[in-house]
Design a protein around this ligand. Structure first.
Ligand SMILES: *Cc1c(COP(=O)(O)O)cnc(C)c1O
Length: 384
């Protein structure tokens, strides 16, 4: 197999919806991946905040393999032990009561929006400027970027957008049709934007005062990414509805919406998906939770994430191209005053994967199992 051949056939057979880095990845383990020529990379992208527990985490692999020998799929027409086990664990780690399983982040958002509409009989959402919630029509409605929405505008649900991190203007946007406020606890795709401390608590208060639901989108921040199971737990609040996906299956595609009992009004027929609660997906989720618990990965995400951030803050003092370093746990953003895509290319050549969310912003979302030595190496690759 030759790299150029793969590039050519990709262009021929796959829709051009992504611009890819010029590398063919064929293997991953822990915090490392290898390309088709056997070159090794330290992975600070982690499949876009997916492989928190590391590539091919042994707990996840074992659970999936065991499940493969029993049952791959059965549908929601029947009970399965494994989906109940996974839902019970999710309720335990999140404080939510009921779980709806789906297959991706955007589907989790669809479920959350539909549940909010069902529960409130209202259909307007207050979302945040620069928010990203996915690419299906409902999720696009509460996503900010014009570029993603323009061609599909006539189908979008009613949403208005307020400044992220600032509660003062939210109440002006509330009217009798408003069902819920939806937000990311840290904005991921727009470049790791961390709101001020107390922000989620203040939004929760606005929701309580005005009888609105609070939907917290934990698709990127969930499952240990920020040094808690879920990022809302930093603020000690309880949302009404949360969404999760990326890190949830350790690389296996799976998502979920979870809610408190008093809003969990779906009835049979209100929502569904053939693959939701799939036994392999649920075994992956159980493997991720087991891995995080057994290897103390939440603590590691918090501590080594802080180490990573401090190293970068130190680097910022030594170089002139970094304007800002921010983040929580293993979710770190850098604002640059030079071309972020050029930095991605040079770091790739040196042997690490990093991601540019825009021309000037780098996002680092490595597996939590990354070692301090690997962190030091990545910082040195970024340095020159
Ligand atoms: C990635 C992401 C989504 C969409 O998830 P997909 O699995 O790509 O559909 C939704 N919300 C947030 C916060 C995300 O980061």
């Amino acid at each position: 197999m030759d790299k150029m051949d793969i590039f050519e056939r990709e262009t021929k057979y796959i829709f051009h919806t992504y611009d890819r880095q010029p590398v063919v990845i064929t293997k991953g383990k822990g915090s490392k991946v290898w390309d088709i020529n056997g070159k090794e990379y330290i992975d600070c992208v982690g499949g876009i905040a997916v492989c928190g527990v590391g590539h091919r985490n042994p707990f996840v692999v074992k659970r999936i393999k065991d499940q493969l020998d029993r049952l791959m799929h059965i549908s929601n027409l029947y009970y399965t032990d494994i989906s109940v086990d996974a839902a019970e664990k999710i309720a335990e780690i999140s404080g939510m009561d009921k779980v709806f399983f789906c297959n991706s982040g955007t589907e989790a958002i669809e479920a959350a929006l539909k549940l909010a509409i069902k529960h409130t009989s209202k259909n307007k959402f207050i979302a945040m400027k620069n928010a990203f919630h996915g690419r299906t029509i409902g999720a696009l409605s509460v996503t900010y970027k014009e570029k993603f929405k323009k061609p599909f505008e006539s189908f979008l649900t009613d949403a208005c957008f307020v400044n992220y991190g600032d509660v003062s203007k939210i109440e002006e946007e509330i009217d009798e049709d408003t069902a819920a406020i939806i937000l990311e606890p840290i904005q991921g795709e727009s470049g790791v934007i961390v709101p001020p401390d107390g922000y989620l608590r203040a939004v929760r208060e606005v929701c309580d005062k005005n009888d609105l639901l609070l939907i917290v989108d934990e698709v990127q921040t969930g499952f240990g990414r920020t040094g808690r199971w879920f990022a809302f737990q930093h603020e000690g609040i309880m949302p009404d509805i949360i969404t999760m996906a990326k890190g949830m299956g350790g690389g296996f595609p799976v998502g979920a919406m979870a809610a408190k009992n008093d809003v969990a009004d779906f009835e049979p027929g209100d929502h569904g998906t053939t693959f939701g609660g799939n036994p392999l997906a649920c075994s992956a989720v159980l493997g991720v939770i087991e891995a995080i618990n057994k290897d103390n990965l939440i603590e590691k995400s918090e501590k080594d994430g802080r180490y990573f951030k401090e190293k970068l803050i130190k680097l910022k003092k030594d170089v002139d191209f970094i304007d800002d370093v921010r983040g929580k746990g293993m979710m770190i953003g850098l604002s640059l005053n030079k071309d972020a895509n050029a930095l991605v290319s040079s770091v790739l050549n040196k042997g690490a994967l990093i991601n540019a969310t825009s021309d000037k912003i780098i996002r680092l979302v490595p597996p939590f199992v990354i070692t301090r030595d690997e962190i030091d190496r990545v910082v040195s690759y970024i340095a020159d």
